[in-house]
Write a protein that binds this ligand. Structure first.
Ligand SMILES: [Zn+2]
Length: 108
């Protein structure tokens, strides 16, 4: 019988051998015993928290991406009826927007 304690929730799991402990811990090459130091329950919990922490970021990204899509759709739809000047203006607008997006990406 071997046991392994999760470093996060401190739960001690027991099993006949390594393979039984695999039910509670994912395999890991970094640890001597071949198992991760955190149990699967804790790993799941951490993944959930991570996803929650990412919600705001992805929404922000979607918003900027949407604006970009709308701008390019507008130009695609109207380019036939646009004067050269207008097209040039639109290109400048997109270039500015791209610079803005690049700055936003750097901040993250
Ligand atoms: Zn745990």
């Amino acid at each position: 019988m071997i046991s392994k304690r999760c470093t996060m929730c401190q739960t001690a799991y027991e099993g006949e051998d390594y393979f039984e402990l695999r039910k509670f811990f994912s395999p890991s090459k970094q640890n001597k015993d071949g198992l991760e130091s955190r149990c699967k329950v804790c790993k799941k919990e951490m993944a959930k928290k991570y996803r929650k922490s990412q919600i705001g970021i992805s929404d922000k990204y979607k918003a900027t991406n949407n604006k970009r899509n709308i701008a390019s759709a507008y130009i695609n739809n109207n380019v036939e009826h646009m004067a050269t000047e207008e097209i040039e203006q639109a290109i400048l607008m997109i270039q500015d927007r791209l610079k803005e997006l690049k700055r936003e990406l750097k901040k993250r």
